[in-house]
Design a protein around this ligand. Sequence first.
Ligand SMILES: Cc1ncc(COP(=O)(O)O)c(C=O)c1O
Length: 456
Amino acid sequence: MSSAFLGGVRLQRISQVFEAEQRRYVEAHPRSLQRTGHGIAGFYGGVPMHWMRDWSMPFPFVVAAARDATLRDIDGNVYADFCLGDTGAMFGHSPPAVAEAVTRQAGQGLTYMLPTEDAIAVGRLLAERFGLPHWQVATTATDANRFALRVARAVTDRPKILVFNGCYHGTVDETFVRLSDGRAANRPGLLGQAFDLTQLARVVEFNDLEALRAALGHGDVACVITEPVMTNSCMVLPAPGFHAGLRRLTREAGTLLLIDETHTISTGPGGYTRAHGLEPDLFVLGKPVAGGVPASVWGFTEEVARRLDAVRAQAPPGHSGMGTTLSANALSLAAMRATLEKVMTSEAYRHMERLGGVLAAGLQAVIEEHRLPWHVVRVGARVEFVCAPGPLRNGTEAEAAHVPALERAIHLALLNRGCLIAPFHNMMLVCPATTDRQVDDLRSAFAEAAGELGES
Ligand SMILES: Cc1ncc(COP(=O)(O)O)c(C=O)c1O
């Protein structure tokens, strides 16, 4: 009998549980099996977007409808949704104010490359909420990051950006670098990568101010781009003093600081930035900012705006390299206004913060009860269990803490018990409509999964 362990659980037991959960899933999804079991005709790989195949289930279920924090599939299964579109629906599915704004705008034209009354309101709302005076609207967080980095390079006249090892900021080419044996290297797995990304990027570990100081010392870094908490591998919190040091060192080096709040907007109405008094030069928020309608925003300081004006005054006429045709369309601005005015409220965040705390405490208690070498980490409404001891300090540790075979068995066990969590890591989001009952159901499902895995 195998005595190998993963994440403190016997390997053989993980396989047994996963196989049993797969059988249970197949039985509960006969209609979805018919529709997606052999791939959806017409789509390369059988799905409209390749990651729809990357969940723990043997084939994706087909969604019939979703509302608030609840999702229903075509077989009639009902799920408490803690994935929430991996943050795109962080404020719930079709919040009534957003649904109403989308319906209204749908009858008035969707895109015309000109501002609407909603755009006028959104400019004011963004400046008030996030404390930066200048904003632009794009369609994805990836785009917003790309455009903001272009501005950073333009105004500093420096070629490189700096990222923290293990980061993710969307499909922005030059952020696809990793530390490999202490040196920067292209991230493994990139397809069609025609040039060496390390020529444009430096990479150091999160929470390592000495390495950061050395990297900035070359004088060629236009911008540090970071999430305030690393959320895209296993979650890594900033060490005490890290953000103050980051800001001090970037200022000393003449390097701009871009804070990407796309995931950490789970912290509060003004993101982690406002909750912790950070002072970024550039700020990015995508995914849920328009309640699930594709949109993102990027903002910057008066100082960056002044420098950008000077650069633009000298630039020859031509394409700036920023912008996509449907960016800032009327539909996304209607949805964004509704989201900012009526959905991302302090009251909503109070609920999310409280229930996020309840969820984290509940999962931690299960881990302790089952004596598992795991931990729970949280940033506001974003909760994650990690199948390794914590806290984690950087991207290397976060990568090493992943246990894919164990995680997919847990994910599928939760799904079969009516709880959907994010597919690529163990992330759970609490939205304004999530109920105490749903959180308790997730805690129970997690306890059952831990019990199953612990059996010999
Ligand atoms: C921190 C962060 N920034 C940017 C992105 C990219 O968002 P999108 O895929 O909507 O472009 C992501 C996606 O997960 C993210 O986590």
